[in-house]
Design a binder for this molecule. Structure first.
Ligand code: SF4
Length: 372
């Protein structure tokens, strides 16, 4: 079995593709899969396309031919994250909470870094599960009465996601919500092993009932994307001009540290966006020395998930093309704000009713206390 090392967390991970093949061969298993935003713009180069090209439709077609029963886009899970994280941010802001700034929580390598180096800051880390884990909770819940054993697979740009999926906090009765995480590279191997000619595939759509997503969810795969999506949600001006002004407010670009200020009512909010753990550490030290921020997005990989350790290795220039590919995908989506995703309303009124905290949140700070 081949192994890969994560440069961000020094985590050694094993290749899970054989386990996924076994699940796909098992007639008693119902195998669902979700595909992270950054995968679609990084997989193509090895399979007859170019870096940055959005190949989500072809990935769906390939997964269907491999035998997956239901195929979903993690961008839908990211829409849930945007709604939950915006609510949490507003609540903390309005309560004058001392657990500010609020740090994002969707990058597991950053959460590990914080747990190890700055445990005192864990109460500031959002209680929102990552898009992968939120979506996995929903998909597993939906399938829990299936006559076949539900098996959920996540295709991620990331090796740290394997460790996240195995955390005790995300197990229900001892079973993880995400049974297997495979990286973009592992999916490329699987496509090649199956003999599918990726370049010849006709693009296909993801499945229902969780088949609607927004541009806000898609841009989660690049540094600044989570912040931009949350700002879209918080903005009271829902015009397209407001969307553009958010985009040009310093949230985009591959720089390791970005800062922006936005007016929220009569209050000026200070926001920092960092990628790379060295930059995160430096920013935390500046906060400890008295610098004030209200919201901080942290991604461990420089440039965000487009540069993840599970993606095919490439140059900085090519990674930037991947980021641009996600912004183009956002531009093409007919819904750009997470709160306008019609699926969200039906989830909150249905499967999530009375269970939002249980299914969508996590308390890393409590886990660290319990370990002691
Ligand atoms: Fe994984 Fe890197 Fe994305 Fe963090 S930034 S979730 S480590 S790919």
């Amino acid at each position: 079995q081949c192994a890969a090392a994560c440069p961000t967390g020094a985590i050694v991970v094993k290749n899970d593709k054989n386990k996924v093949w076994e699940a796909l061969d098992d007639k008693n298993a119902k195998v669902t899969v979700q595909i992270a935003p950054a995968v679609r713009v990084a997989i193509g180069k090895e399979l007859g396309h170019s870096n940055g090209e959005n190949t989500i439709g072809k990935i769906v077609a390939a997964l269907r031919r491999m035998g997956f029963d239901e195929i979903y886009d993690t961008s839908t899970g990211a829409d849930l994250t945007v709604l939950e994280e915006s609510n949490e941010f507003l609540k903390r802001l309005e309560a004058g909470d001392n657990k500010m700034p609020l740090f994002t929580s969707c990058c597991p390598a950053w959460v590990n870094f914080c747990e190890k180096n700055y445990p005192e800051l864990l109460p500031n880390v959002s209680t929102c599960r990552s898009p992968m884990q939120m979506f996995a909770s929903v998909i597993k819940e939906q399938n829990k009465t299936s006559s076949r054993k539900p098996v959920h697979v996540a295709v991620m740009p990331c090796t740290a996601k394997k460790q996240e999926a195995a955390r005790e906090e995300f197990k229900v009765n001892g079973d993880p919500n995400v049974d297997y995480v495979i990286t973009t590279q592992e999916l490329i191997q699987m496509i090649k092993e199956s003999g599918i000619v990726f370049a010849d595939l006709e693009p296909e759509a993801v499945d229902m009932p969780f088949g609607t997503m927004t541009g806000a969810g898609v841009i989660f795969g690049v540094t600044g994307g989570v912040t931009e999506a949350v700002l879209r949600r918080l903005s009271s001006d829902k015009s397209s001009t407001s969307l553009m002004s958010i985009a040009y407010q310093g949230v985009r670009g591959m720089e390791g540290v970005k800062e922006t200020k936005i007016m929220f009512g009569d209050r000026e909010l200070r926001i920092a966006i960092v990628s790379g753990l060295k930059n995160a550490g430096d920013l935390i030290e500046s906060i400890k020395a008295g610098e004030h921020y209200d919201f901080v997005e942290v991604m461990a990989c420089p440039g965000g998930c487009v540069s993840g350790a599970g993606q095919p290795f490439t140059s900085q220039e090519e990674k930037e093309k991947r980021g641009k590919g996600l912004y183009s995908a956002d531009k093409l989506s007919n819904i750009k704000r997470s709160e306008e995703n019609p699926l969200m309303m039906s989830l909150y009124n249905g499967l999530l009713k009375g269970r939002v905290h249980e299914l969508l949140h996590v308390h890393y700070a409590d886990s660290v206390k319990e370990d002691k």
